[in-house]
Design a protein around this ligand. Structure first.
Ligand code: PMP
Length: 350
């Protein structure tokens, strides 16, 4: 496929001179560092944080590359996936001119971030069973359609999107195609990272916020061609990932077996919760889930949502979202949390 990333890029970003520090020029670990106006005496905390962190997170990317089967140069790390979403708009979408294609119902930040960046949104709804409408997507696109976001497994519907539809769009959509795999660890679907070398217009997002249990650290990953990763690195804030986050994840990543165990526990709880919800006579529908949550249809979902809050059980009300009428999105919790939800549901729904 012929694909010219530079022709999609905003011209001023193509010309941009990025911020550089003395440590881009001197990468040695030993030395007298009087270049960055840091405090030479240490920190007020027990652990020292007085030195700026590695702006390109090289050690961490080496380890991530090994577990994800990509090259370190194909990885961008952001302050959550949300940072990568914002940077993509800023790199490729001229405000007031270019547009993005979104496929509702889907993750809300694609739309919010487009609005922050004054980027036109073109929406092509998913089908009632939350699959893509590839021909309508292509019909909605024009030369200014710079990005298409596909979320799989999708939030809030929890299903995986048909692989052949994504491949068809990778072959036919002229802009960048982002596959957001925030929930991929809970699915039997292989990641699209295996397709990176075939499709220069593909960017795959994943996150440490879900299966890895590190939402508070804010670490999102984007995988793409080296050329595209270079662009994101050029425009990101220089020290976007804290040293604490880099060091903590670097240590944690060695224990991938623990993550795999947690994923198995969550999947087992998902089955338990689904089975128990199915027994409740008022539950109308539980959508098939490839994620760590269930989309559940219940009569009077708005009222049930409010009543659950009274019981101090907080779920996500999706009742007003397209194709999700009367639906609540329920995160899979621990056994105790799931039982608390089930008890509260049985109490508030008469
Ligand atoms: N993508 C999807 C589909 C999500 O549901 C979320 C968070 N709810 C994110 C991305 C954001 O992840 P992060 O914490 O890495 O910003």
């Amino acid at each position: 496929m012929s694909f010219d990333l530079n022709s999609l890029l905003r011209p001023h970003i193509a010309k941009l001179q990025p911020y550089t520090s003395a440590r881009d020029e001197y990468t040695g670990k030993e030395g007298v560092f009087l270049d960055a106006n840091e405090n030479p005496f240490g920190s007020i905390t027990e652990q020292d944080f007085n030195r700026y962190p590695d702006p390109y997170q090289s050690a961490l990317k080496e380890e991530i590359a090994k577990i994800k089967g990509v090259r370190p140069s194909q990885i961008f790390l952001g302050n959550g996936s949300d940072e990568a979403i914002d940077l993509l708009y800023r790199a490729f979408c001229n405000p007031g001119k270019d547009n993005v294609i979104l496929l509702p119902p889907t993750y809300g930040m694609y739309e919010v971030s487009a609005n922050i960046n004054d980027v036109e949104i073109r929406k092509v709804a998913l089908t009632p069973d939350f699959q893509l409408q590839p021909d309508q997507i292509l019909a909605a696109a024009d030369a200014n359609s710079k990005i298409l976001f596909i979320c799989s497994p999708n939030n809030p519907s929890a299903n995986k999107v048909k692989r052949e539809d994504i491949l068809f769009l990778l072959e036919n959509f002229k802009g960048l195609l982002v596959v957001d795999e925030a929930y991929i660890d809970f699915s039997d679907e292989p990641s699209f990272t295996t397709e990176l070398d075939r499709f220069p217009n593909l960017l795959v997002m994943q996150t440490f916020s879900k299966a890895w249990g590190l939402a508070s650290l804010r670490l999102g990953m984007a995988f793409a061609s080296e050329e595209l990763i270079r662009i994101l690195n050029k425009i990101k804030p220089p020290y976007n990932i804290s040293g604490l986050t880099q060091d903590t994840v670097l240590a944690a990543i060695k224990d991938k077996a623990k993550v795999d165990r947690m994923i198995q526990d969550i999947l087992a709880e998902r089955e338990f919760l689904k089975g128990e919800l199915e027994k409740l006579p008022f539950v109308q529908r539980i959508h098939p889930s490839h994620a760590n949550f269930l989309l559940v249809q219940i009569p009077n979902a708005n009222q049930v949502y409010d009543d659950l809050i009274e019981e101090k059980v907080i779920v996500r009300n999706r009742a007003k979202v397209l194709l999700c009428a009367d639906c609540l999105r329920i995160t899979v919790g621990t056994r105790e949390e799931n039982e608390a939800l089930l008890k509260a549901l049985s109490k508030v729904v008469k």
